[in-house]
Design a protein around this ligand. Structure first.
Ligand code: 5GP
Length: 261
């Protein structure tokens, strides 16, 4: 698959056009950013791991009936995806209080929620992705009511599936961010899960030790970032034991057991 011109470059990914109608290439960079771009670094191998982990998770969600933008992984750093018109909203799911929620509302770090909390953030770097209500979303035309109803339902189902998937490998899914977009399927538009699901977009804690296996290692200067991402890949069964990321040659996607609710 030949890459065409660059369509968009974000903090962690680049989108390239292809000759295929409706399809683009998503390239995973090694760049890590935090605090609205104030903190930046190059973390060698991160893009490769996120590409593989996200492919694995989206493939498994798709097998459970969740529509996604993923067509296939092309190589170590790239995926062929459907070109989606992304809603300007980040859908944040929280199972345990931490991060910006604890800071914003003073909820004790580690408080376990009886029911998962869903928050919406307006995707705007200049404003720092502020939390918004459904009323804002409808008032400013960022999405329609029936679209948000469908996305809310899908998001809660994804949370159930991911919690089961991670629990099975000794990881607590603390919180995560999803993005959705619209793609054309024949002559009608359909909503699909877009972007990525990886340790960059989730908080993942080891069940026993509560060791952080996600981007908080970068945000909080905890070190061993790549080792933590490798640990997630290993536990998900997509990376052999004792492998060094520089030597990795990933095989075909393998299914893991996602517990259906
Ligand atoms: P918080 O709002 O506590 O900073 O983040 C909540 C969850 O959403 C975390 O798992 C975090 O990784 C994810 N998240 C929120 N905003 C972003 C973002 O702009 N980029 C990425 N990669 N993840 C985000």
């Amino acid at each position: 698959m030949n890459k065409g011109k660059k369509l968009y470059e974000g903090k962690a990914k680049i989108i390239y056009e292809t000759k295929e109608k409706g399809l683009v290439i998503q390239h995973f960079k090694d760049d890590a950013t935090a605090f609205n771009n104030l903190k930046k670094a190059n973390v060698e191998g991160k893009g490769v791991l996120n590409n593989r982990i996200s492919e694995h998770i989206l493939t498994n969600l798709n097998q459970c009936g969740i529509k996604t933008h993923l067509v296939k992984r092309l190589n170590m750093r790239e995926q062929l995806i459907k070109h989606a018109e992304i809603f300007p909203i980040e859908f944040i799911v929280r199972n345990i209080a931490t991060g910006s929620l604890s800071k914003r509302l003073g909820i004790a770090d580690g408080t376990v929620f009886e029911t998962p909390l869903l928050e919406y953030c307006y995707k705007n770097d200049d404003l720092g992705d502020p939390v918004v209500s459904k009323e804002h979303i409808f008032a400013f035309g960022w999405a329609k009511k029936d679209e948000i109803d469908l996305i809310d339902k899908t998001t809660h189902r994804i949370n159930d599936l991911l919690q089961g998937m991670f629990r099975g490998v000794g990881i607590k899914l603390v919180d995560f961010k999803l993005e959705y977009g619209k793609v054309w399927e024949k002559d009608k538009q359909e909503i699909v899960l877009a972007d990525e699901i990886s340790p960059d977009t989730c908080r993942l804690w080891d069940i026993k030790s509560e060791r952080k296996l996600d981007k908080d290692r970068f945000r909080k200067d905890l070190g061993n970032i790549i080792q933590a991402y490798q640990e997630v890949a290993r536990r998900l069964g997509i990376m052999p034991e004792e492998t060094n990321i520089s030597e990795v040659k990933f095989g075909k996607p393998k299914s893991v057991d996602i517990k259906k609710k």
